[in-house]
Design a protein. Structure first.
Length: 156
């Protein structure tokens, strides 16, 4: 565990289990920045991971927007809802001592929500899509015998 100079444990830790995977899945491989839209790829064509996980409410005293933390549960600081995936430029912009006050918790949460909404499928949506696909296949199968049934295709 990381320690402060006074020996106490730091609040800043790795994201909770599965959180980084969710952030990357809902990123669409693009920086979440939306004003103006940033289309920086978070994984380059060469396979380099250049995206950075940013805290909306900073984990450490003195960090950007840390004063918004209620101080109750340190685990919420590394939860999905407090983290967003940005390119290096926007990650540094929201945390810079010069510009951090321009980016409120509410603003960053809205940026995160708007960006992730484009890439988010709920489990219900995925299951419904799967059921529709399976049911369509079963209907086609039940109309003919298994010997003559074929997957639909576009043969000219």
């Amino acid at each position: 565990m990381a320690k402060r100079t006074n020996g106490s444990e730091k609040n800043r830790k790795e994201p909770l289990a599965g959180v980084a995977r969710r952030l990357w899945a809902f990123s669409g491989n693009e920086c979440a920045w939306g004003d103006p839209h940033c289309s920086t790829r978070l994984v380059t064509e060469e396979g380099a991971w250049v995206g950075k996980i940013a805290h909306i409410i900073g984990a450490e005293p003195g960090s950007a927007r840390h004063e918004a933390w209620d101080g109750k549960d340190v685990e919420q600081l590394r939860d999905f809802h407090n983290l967003m995936l940005l390119c290096g430029v926007h990650h540094d912009l929201i945390d810079s001592s010069v510009t951090r006050h321009d980016y409120t918790v509410e603003y960053l949460r809205a940026v995160k929500q708007k960006h992730e909404a484009k890439y988010r499928y709920t489990v219900d949506d995925i299951e419904a899509e799967f059921r529709d696909t399976v049911n369509g296949s079963l209907e086609a199968y039940s109309r003919g015998s298994w010997r003559s049934w074929r997957w639909p295709c576009s043969v000219a």
